[in-house]
Design a binder for this molecule. Structure first.
Ligand code: NAX
Length: 334
């Protein structure tokens, strides 16, 4: 088990979470306190919120203490992100500006640029070795803004969450094949965490055997891809609120695999700044198949892509290019 993941001198893992009084954090914080990304290791939690939600975050702190987690160290609440990020080993950026009714996508991107630019600067200054996961939407482009401002943080240390999409895709395929999700490997969700994403089951295996034919091309294009890509909206319609516990669970999966490594040759879906792999332009924060090796994400190379895969990847890439152009125009990235 790799354990080269701390930058502070004590053995404790310093974890900062923005949006700490929100619904995702309400599940995430308790799983972090239970030691799920750092088994056996003390965890210090920094809860970061905006002023109006500070008191609610203090309430969450009270509950965290009431749960008497054996591994939980200090829990502090901060309205100054820079203060909360100080010496953080792991950072979950969950807080973001939600889309208002009738709001244009460009305005949403700009509103979030105003959050993720300064947070990037602060992280670069006070937590240059942090592993960062952006959850708050639009997650990929928020992460691109963050990466542009986080001087001193290696690009592959800034990620956006595709793991919920990945897990949703696994679950849909497992149901279709009537196998447990644990039997499946080789799923990829490419591109943007949005309806343009490409959940790709081409390389999927169940207990090592290829299953693409078994899934059926019609089921894949008519049911699987749209269902996974629009699952967030389906959850809102049925549950009445957006995904929360499943999002927190995916964030835990992402960070645990990052810190402790992925299994053998298996890969998972992670959005990170492209290095040009698979022809995706540098700077786009794009969902790729990734392995975690020695505590770092590496993009899996050499997957052969057919024409339809290339077209679907190009589609989600185009959306991300448009998002990046919009934040450039708004002055959030040079
Ligand atoms: P909530 O509205 O319940 O909580 C968000 C919290 O963030 C609020 O308490 C708010 O005060 C806080 N916040 C806002 N700006 C902040 C700032 N600058 N610094 C610190 N805190 C700030 O939303 P929740 O359901 O928890 O969702 C959080 C974000 O995750 C949303 O942007 C949502 O769209 C996104 N999601 C991303 C997913 C993914 O797979 N990447 C899936 C789930 C979720 O939809």
């Amino acid at each position: 088990m790799v354990d080269n993941t701390s930058q502070n001198t004590s053995d404790a893992l310093n974890v900062a979470v923005t949006g700490a009084a929100g619904q995702i954090a309400y599940s995430l914080l308790f799983r972090l306190a239970a030691g799920e990304i750092s088994p056996g290791r003390k965890v210090n939690l920094r809860l970061i919120e905006i002023e109006p939600a500070k008191r609610a975050a203090e309430g969450v702190t009270m509950e965290l203490k009431d749960a008497a987690f054996p591994l939980l160290g200090d829990v502090t609440v901060h309205t100054d992100a820079r203060e909360g990020f100080q010496d953080a080993d792991v950072v979950f950026l969950v807080g973001a500006k939600p889309r208002q009714k009738g709001q244009e996508r460009a305005d949403l991107l700009a509103a979030n640029g105003a959050i993720f630019g300064p947070q990037g600067e602060a992280l670069g200054e006070v937590a240059p070795n942090a592993r960062v996961l952006v959850v708050g939407n639009p997650a990929n482009t928020n992460a691109a803004i963050l990466a542009a401002h986080a001087k001193g943080i290696a690009p592959n240390r800034i990620t956006a969450m595709m793991r919920l999409d990945h897990n949703r895709a696994l679950s849909q395929a497992a149901d279709r094949l009537d196998v447990p999700v644990s039997a499946l490997s080789g799923m990829v969700v490419w591109g943007n965490h949005s309806a343009s994403q490409f959940p790709d089951a081409t390389a999927l295996r169940a207990a090592g055997e290829p299953v693409f034919e078994k899934l059926g091309t019609e089921w894949i294009s008519e049911e699987f891809i749209p269902r996974v890509a629009k699952r967030g909206a389906e959850i809102i319609e049925v549950r009445g609120h957006s995904s929360a516990a499943s999002a927190a669970s995916a964030a835990i999966d992402h960070m645990r695999d990052w810190l402790l490594g992925t299994e053998g040759d298996e890969w998972v879906s992670v959005a990170l700044p492209s290095d040009g792999s698979y022809g995706v332009p540098e700077g786009l924060v794009f969902g790729f198949p990734c392995r975690s090796v020695n505590g770092e994400w590496e993009i899996v190379q050499g997957l052969e892509l057919g024409e339809e895969q290339k077209q679907r990847i190009a589609r989600t890439q185009q959306e991300l290019e448009e998002e990046l152009a919009a934040v450039r125009e708004a002055g959030f990235i040079d």
